[in-house]
Design a protein around this ligand. Sequence first.
Ligand SMILES: O=C(O)CCC(=O)C(=O)O
Ligand SMILES: [Fe+2]
Length: 270
Amino acid sequence: MLQIKSALDSERLDVVERDLREVGFHIIENVITAEEADEARAAVWKMVEEDIAKGHDHSYGNGKIRRVWAIVGKSSIFRRLIQHPTVVAVWKRMLGEDVIASTFTANIVGPGAPEGGWHIDYPYWAMQAPFPSGSLTGQTVWMLDDFTEENGATACIPGSHKTLRRPELGEAEKSESSVAVAPKGSILFTNGAIWHQSRANRTDTPRVGLLGMYNRSVIYPQEDMPRQLTDAELAAESDTLKQLLGRNIPFRDPDHGHNWHRTDSGFRQA
Ligand SMILES: O=C(O)CCC(=O)C(=O)O
Ligand SMILES: [Fe+2]
């Protein structure tokens, strides 16, 4: 069973925030134990088998990198991880107290997989440069295997988020990159605007990661988060999970003015 450790103290959060703003990424090791990572990895394999059985092939990279979408409704372990206090503390600091989840998927970089391809994350890839300089979104890469130089760990180009634009073709290849090497159970946090990719997997074992993105609440999520759990499934869940799934945003849920009124100076409660 997943043991939730307490959230970060404010000094550690200061370091994470400074790194995300200045360098563009930060690793926290052993956020969950190796056993918990194994449990989550087993849940990923179950989803992969279900996708294959249903004929859902969400693969890329010559068929060697596989994505499982919309995982929050697929196992209770993912409902625990998406709202892990360490993760929520980081993204509340970076993206505001009203932060929401944007997408939560599994990404499996299989043996012989090529590089994933340099890119920036949503919503930046959907935006025209120059991007606004404040943070709009952040990526949380949960390592469910040890990430190594050889097995397809995520690579980032330090400081590239400060260009406030996507890389030109071939541009990232010319820059020095850092590889996120850490034991399973660790998290790589990235600024969503950083230039990054999963590396080639030169081993004979798949590398399993979870990708949790979080947005400022005014930015439409990448996946349909609110509808991944039904009202009944959500009833016994935490307020934090409801918030992350965008179920606590009253003025996006038109209610014919019963709860909110628009006035000249903004919204006020009825
Ligand atoms: O799995 C990884 O290492 C990163 C994948 C990624 O950057 C993405 O899917 O946006
Ligand atoms: Fe990405």
